[in-house]
Design a protein around this ligand. Sequence first.
Ligand code: NAD
Length: 331
Amino acid sequence: MRLDEGTAGKSTSLVAGGAGFLGCHLIDYLLHEGRSVICVDSFLTGTFENVARFNGNENFTLVRQDVLDPLQIERPVDEVYNLACAASPPRYQADPHHTLMTSVVGTSNLLDFAMSQEARFLQASTSEVYGDPEVHPQTEDYTGSVNCTGPRACYDEGKRAAEAMCFDFLRLGKVDARVARIFNTYGPMMRADDGRIVSTFIIQALRGRDLTVFGDGSQTRSFCYVSDLIEGLVRLMRVEPNPQAPVNLGNPAEFTVSELAATVSKKIPSARSIRRLPLPQDDPRRRRPDISRAAMLLGWTPKIDLDEGLSRTIAWFREPEGATKITEAAE
Ligand SMILES: NC(=O)c1ccc[n+]([C@@H]2O[C@H](COP(=O)([O-])OP(=O)(O)OC[C@H]3O[C@@H](n4cnc5c(N)ncnc54)[C@H](O)[C@@H]3O)[C@@H](O)[C@H]2O)c1
């Protein structure tokens, strides 16, 4: 592995979707490296609170725009991270056409921008490209089992199309594009109200409510703590040579949803019991990344286990900043 030291500590990264959960952690990381950062975000699911701490930093610029519109940024940029896309099912299903267009037209606009700047490009793809997988754990060679007509298709198929576009730009020598397939990631700065499983359980437990489990709770997920994920994204952006293939980034420790609920309940004794709800359509039964490629190419493996990551996340939700979110969160 060789990380490109030539780009670290200098120059400008553009982070599309930088006001979202992962984006604001990535910006924090890049600013700490000494880079300048341009955050492009429409604030569809991102918040001003997420980027408020960067205000006043001369290396930080905020551009409010939808990536469906071509970028008009004149400053030189040498890294483009495309994280723009609502990530939680209730949010991306609220306007499915916009979600699909964000991945297709938005990624096209950002690739064109990267090409005009001769910048590297990293696409935040997702484990959802594997759909409800028949192969376990999921290796990058598995081509997936996605229902292209279901309610999750606007997200899953949009991300698959975006991957196809990245690899076309790469093959044609237009952009040095890289693709990260991100598995469930959690941590501080998650929205309390967007229906992601970890934040939902934490909020329900802190409010003394039942934890809502879809189906019988035997479906599995693998949860990656946010600092580990960000480290993986930056390594993938900088690694030489270009991997020329997607790279899974996630924590391979696999838990059932019932196990996650039990762990949260143990850490937050005010939690009541479990309330079961019907399983949503096309909900994946099993999820676990095979991360051998990331380990080999990037020298990357996650460091924070679920116990530690949950403790840190719960501590953040208990802080005044997080507590406001609990009050604001929908039931
Ligand atoms: N968090 C995870 O577990 C996870 C897992 C797999 C993939 N991802 C991917 O990582 C990226 C970031 O995820 P996140 O968890 O931070 O989600 P998020 O919803 O918190 O952040 C997405 C950001 O993109 C912005 N955005 C959405 N559509 C836009 C548009 N058309 N134009 C401009 N900005 C737009 C939102 O306002 C928000 O700030 C997403 O692309 C998501 O698909 C995340």
